[in-house]
Design a protein around this ligand. Structure first.
Ligand SMILES: CC[C@H](O)CC(=O)C(=O)O
Ligand code: MN
Length: 359
């Protein structure tokens, strides 16, 4: 397996337009995509991910409908970027091989194929298809805190043998303490480091995404994810603009080090005139030290749309304690109903992400 060429010390991958889609209820417009890609591309960011938050095919009742289809947004992004490669996310079972072919036709050059951290076997066929399409391939092992470093490394090996060039420690719940993150980075690098790069995707639930990114780099991880202003599911991702600034301070070479340009794109998301960034900062108030899947927050009604008897936080924590994983956002309804029964409060109304009333 050949690894993608790395021209610098580290490659920052920006996921504002994909993980940030969760924080925007999947309502990105063409002009937001165009402006953000232009700014990130101008700032030297080499890979920009664009899709519904749950990836290709995610625009459904279960996960929330997009305003503009993935294929249209990928096309806008690919037409806008002069240097950067456009990446798409694919969760097998949500997106299909056909979705991937169509995204490649619209200009996607990188695919990030995501599975729960112990279920890499469901991605193997997709990696083969992606490599046949000539795409660069990354593999997300989601909820990486849910398994041991050794098992995570075995799962990474499965992905790499199927054609994955960059398996990721994906801390979907922002749950990894620094030593836990390091153990996972070390395990993956020992297992696949001769054949693949290793990546890290952090969330800010405990505000450790940036610290863990520094540890990741020091351990040998060479793909590190961020999003502008931390716009992302749950408490958001490691902020791209901080990663760029900190790597610069550490004299680590990456393409995204031109603070001015990154600063411009940051301002469009969370500067004084922006309203979108504030929403994501509001979501951070729900930060909890419990390891729930970040995308649950949107469905648990952080913005007050659903009328649960239990709050968003209680639903997310219960979902974590009951073992729910990525892709099970639809189970949040059930969680809230169970909580209502347990608390004896009864259910006043159940509204799923503002799109339906179950009563
Ligand atoms: C549904 C895919 C998911 O949002 C991927 C991801 O970013 C994560 O697990 O953190
Ligand atoms: Mn994420």
């Amino acid at each position: 397996m050949t690894r993608p060429e790395l021209r610098d010390d580290v490659r920052i991958v920006d996921t504002t337009l994909r993980d940030g889609s969760h924080a925007q209820s999947h309502q990105f417009t063409e002009s937001q995509v165009r402006d953000t890609v232009r700014a990130l591309d101008g700032a030297g960011v080499e890979v920009i991910e664009v899709t519904h938050g749950d990836g290709l095919g995610g625009s459904t009742f279960n996960y929330g409908f997009s305003r503009i289809s993935d294929l249209e947004l990928v096309q806008v992004a690919a037409d806008t970027a002069e240097q950067a490669k456009i990446a798409v996310l694919l969760v097998p079972g949500i997106g299909t091989a056909d979705d991937l072919r169509k995204a490649a036709d619209r200009g996607a050059e990188v695919v990030r194929i995501a599975t729960h951290c112990t279920e890499a076997d469901v991605s193997l066929q997709h990696f083969e298809i992606a490599r046949d399409l000539g795409m660069q391939t990354c593999g997300f092992l989601m909820m990486a805190h849910r398994t041991t470093p050794e098992e995570l490394a075995r799962q990474a090996r499965l992905m790499v043998d199927a054609g994955c060039q960059v398996p990721y420690v994906t801390d979907s719940a922002g749950a990894l303490l620094m030593h836990e993150a390091k153990d996972r980075f070390d395990a993956l690098i020992t297992e696949v480091g001769d054949d693949a790069w290793v990546g890290y995707h952090g969330h800010q639930n405990m505000s450790l995404g940036v610290a863990n990114s520094v540890i990741a780099y020091e351990a040998g991880v060479r793909y590190i994810d961020g999003s502008l202003c931390a716009l992302g599911a749950g408490s958001g991702n490691s902020p791209t603009e901080l990663l760029a600034a900190i790597f610069d301070r550490m004299n680590i070479r990456d393409r995204a080090r031109r603070d001015g340009d990154i600063g411009c794109s940051r301002d469009s998301w969370c500067g004084p005139t922006s309203t979108v960034g504030r929403k994501s900062i509001g979501m951070r108030s729900c930060r909890v030290g419990s390891a729930w899947y970040s995308s649950f927050l949107l469905h648990a009604g952080d913005r007050g749309r659903p009328v649960w008897r239990s709050g968003a936080r209680e639903s997310c924590v219960a979902a974590a304690n009951w073992g729910y994983v990525g892709g099970q956002e639809d189970m949040i309804i059930d969680v809230a109903i169970q909580l209502a029964k347990v608390s004896g409060h009864g259910i006043r109304a159940v509204c799923f992400s503002g799109r339906g009333l179950i009563a």
